[in-house]
Design a protein around this ligand. Sequence first.
Ligand SMILES: Nc1ncnc2c1ncn2[C@@H]1O[C@H](COP(=O)(O)OP(=O)(O)OP(=O)(O)O)[C@@H](O)[C@H]1O
Ligand SMILES: [Mg+2]
Length: 259
Amino acid sequence: MSLIVVEGLTKVFPGPTDVVALDGVSLTVEEGEFVSLIGPSGCGKSTLLHILDGLEAATAGRALVAGRPVDGPGPDRGMVFQEYALLPWRTVQANVELGLELRHLPAAERRRVAGDRLALVGLQGFEGRYPHELSGGMRQRVSIARALALQPQILLMDEPFANLDAQTRLLLEEELLAIWQRTGQTVLFVTHDLAEAIAMADRVVIFTARPGRIKDVVRVPLPRPRDVVRVRTTPEFARVYDHVWTQLRDEVLKSREVA
Ligand SMILES: Nc1ncnc2c1ncn2[C@@H]1O[C@H](COP(=O)(O)OP(=O)(O)OP(=O)(O)O)[C@@H](O)[C@H]1O
Ligand SMILES: [Mg+2]
C-alpha cells in the first residue's frame, strides 16, 4: 500500500471569480520516497501540501495517508511552510520545542532535541532570539528545525530553502538528504529550482499552469547516496534536466499569458 494516495483532488477557492487551484490531481507516493513538486507560481503546489497536512479541505477527490483520509494535522506529518509560520512571541528555541510540548516530552529532552536540530541548521547561539530579530533565511531554518524535531514519518516541505543564500542552501540540501537516508522519512519537496528538484528526488512531479494538473512524473535515475553538488555535473543529470525543463517551460510561458 502506498503511504500517500491522492485521487482526483480538486480545490476551488470561491470568490467573485472562482479560483481552481487544483484540478483532478492524482498521485501516489511510496514510503521512504523523496518526491519533488515543481510548477509555475499559482499552480496549487502549496495548496496540495496544505490539504495533505489537513489544513485545507479538498473540494472534490480524496487524500489518504497510510490508508486513512486526512482530516486534520497529525504527528505523522511535519510541515515546513513557505512563509515560515513561526510564533512571534516565542523565542527560536521555544518555537522549535512547540511540537515536542504538544507531545508532552519532558523539558530536558525538549531542550536537547531542539538544541540538536538548531545546531543542524546552523543556528546555535540564536536560541534566545525572537523571529523578528532574524533574517528571512534564519527564520526559514528555524521552521526546518521545528519540522525535523518531531521526526514525522512524512515531511511536507514548501520551498524550504528558497530564502537561503546559495552556499547555505547546498549545505542544507546535503543535510536533508543525509537525514532522509538515515530516517527513511517520506518527503514531498516543493521548489522552483529545477536543479535542486532533480538533485534531491527519486521522482519529479511537474504541474501545469493553473488550474494545477499533473503534466508529467519524471523518474530520476541517479544512484544513491548522492552528492548533491557532484551529481549536477553528470550526463544523466543533464538529460533529466533537459527533459524536465522542456515540459516545464511551456507551462511557465502559459502562466505568464494568464497573469
Ligand atoms: N486561502 C486561499 N484563498 C483564496 N485563494 C487561494 C488561497 N490559497 C491559494 N489560493 C489561490 O490558489 C492558487 C494556487 O495557490 P498556491 O499557493 O497553492 O500556488 P503555488 O503553486 O504554491 O504558488 P507559488 O509557487 O507562488 O508558491 C492561486 O491562484 C492562489 O491565489
Ligand atoms: Mg506555494
